[in-house]
Ligand binder design. Structure first.
Ligand code: PLP
Length: 398
């Protein structure tokens, strides 16, 4: 008997397929705006200097490779809570905030999904339309019913009215996933005023907010990007937050992240944490250690922390410079206004507004690779060749 004869084949990740096509393209002027990793001016995803220094320290001082506990490295948890919630968060001083270390932000999302499915049965999870495609598959794998709220309309603009109109209809108790900053895939973020309105509906409808915080530091700053998370944590008794150290610490392959739970009181926190540890035991047993040890070493050391903050700021400024540079390059073609949203968006991604047909032309005629939704990874732009790209865009949109 052939056991695997009946196993069908599923399509691969379309973004990774795009990367394969890019790699196979012999055109020396090719440009990869597809894959969602930060790149520097040389097109490299660098290891931050602060990470290198912390790793040297760890190699010299690490004593054991024995398992770390189910919630991970306590120093990492303590430091990450302060980074996300702020040094003076009342939830911290009241003992209502707990951190469970996970394999990346993806692990945190999966743990959150399993927690909701097991401990809050019957609740649906609401995702923005559009959202990071893995949200859809990951929560389906956790057997959560997934629904959607509008976020960006067909006119490629933020649809705050549509978002609020849907939120007020959501049944009490349901869970709403919110991108804390640097919305993936669109780059459109809510204003402070929009966030306050969302908070009021979430509070009035008794919804549970689940923040996906994967790009802290890539929008307006490490503190600034935490604004919405902190607003909700101060206003509501219960909040879930997934945090990823992949982008801001450049630790992608070290799988470093956390699920943060804010509960109504310290006793409830212990109940929730007992469930999270039990669920994690079935997923990955205990989390990987190295990345979290690096993060803890950096955040607990004043010098390393400052160096890291400077490195995050440099990445953020490079992305902002590329956004503005592309707009300037589009100016001579009379397109700066049409693409003004690229300057207003935040983080690595931009919903450019280019159609699938235009994206295909850019790829076949100019070897510029972006996702068919029109999402571009702004960090993949080449500052020296923005004029070439603007000329190509002008051609495909005319
Ligand atoms: N959430 C969003 C919106 C993301 O874009 C990503 C990574 O691309 C993640 C979560 C998870 O990242 P990781 O699992 O690599 O930490």
């Amino acid at each position: 008997m052939r056991h695997f004869g009946q196993v069908g084949r599923v399509p691969g990740d379309p973004i990774l397929g795009l990367l394969d096509a890019y790699r196979a393209d012999p055109n020396p002027a090719k440009l990869d705006l597809g894959v969602g990793v930060y790149k520097d001016a040389e097109g490299i995803t660098p290891i931050p200097q602060a990470v290198k220094l912390a790793e040297q320290r760890l190699i010299a001082t690490e004593l054991t490779k024995s398992y770390i506990g189910g919630h991970g490295d306590p120093l990492f948890g303590e430091q990450l809570l302060r980074l996300v919630l702020g040094e003076h968060s009342p939830a911290l001083s009241e003992g209502r905030a707990g951190c469970t270390q996970t394999p990346g932000g993806t692990g945190a999302l999966r743990l959150a999904g399993d927690f909701i499915a097991r401990c809050l049965p019957g609740r649906s999870l609401w995702l923005s339309d559009p959202t990071w495609p893995i949200h859809e598959t990951l929560f389906a794998a956790a057997r959560l019913p997934v629904r959607h709220y509008p976020y960006v309309g067909a006119d490629n603009r933020l649809d705050v009215a549509g978002l609020l109109a849907t939120l007020v209809e959501i049944p009490p108790g349901d869970v709403v996933l919110l991108h804390a900053c640097c919305h993936n895939p669109t780059g459109f973020d809510l204003s402070h005023d929009d966030w306050r309105q969302v908070l009021e509906v979430v509070r009035a409808r008794e919804l549970l907010p689940l923040f996906d915080f994967a790009y802290q530091g890539f929008g307006d700053g490490l503190e600034e990007d935490a604004w919405a998370v902190r607003l909700f944590v101060e206003a509501l008794p219960e909040v879930l937050i997934t945090s990823s150290c992949s982008k801001n610490f450049g630790l992608y392959r070290e799988r470093t992240g956390a699920l943060i739970a804010i509960t109504a009181d310290a006793s409830s926190l212990q109940d929730v944490r007992s469930q999270l540890a039990a669920l994690a035991r079935n997923l990955w047993s205990t989390p990987p250690s190295h990345g979290a040890a690096v993060v803890a070493t950096i955040l607990a050391d004043e010098q390393l922390r400052q160096l890291w903050q400077q490195e995050v700021a440099a990445k953020r400024q490079r992305i902002a410079g590329l956004r503005n540079g592309l707009l300037e390059a589009l100016q001579p073609y009379g397109l700066a206004e049409r693409f003004a949203h690229i300057g207003a968006q935040r983080g690595m991604f931009s919903y450019t507004g280019l159609t699938a047909a235009q994206v295909r032309r850019l790829r076949s005629e100019d070897a510029v690779y972006l996702v068919e939704s029109g999402r571009a990874n702004v960090a993949g732009l080449d500052a020296e060749r923005l004029d070439d790209l603007a000329r190509a865009i002008a051609r495909v949109v005319s």
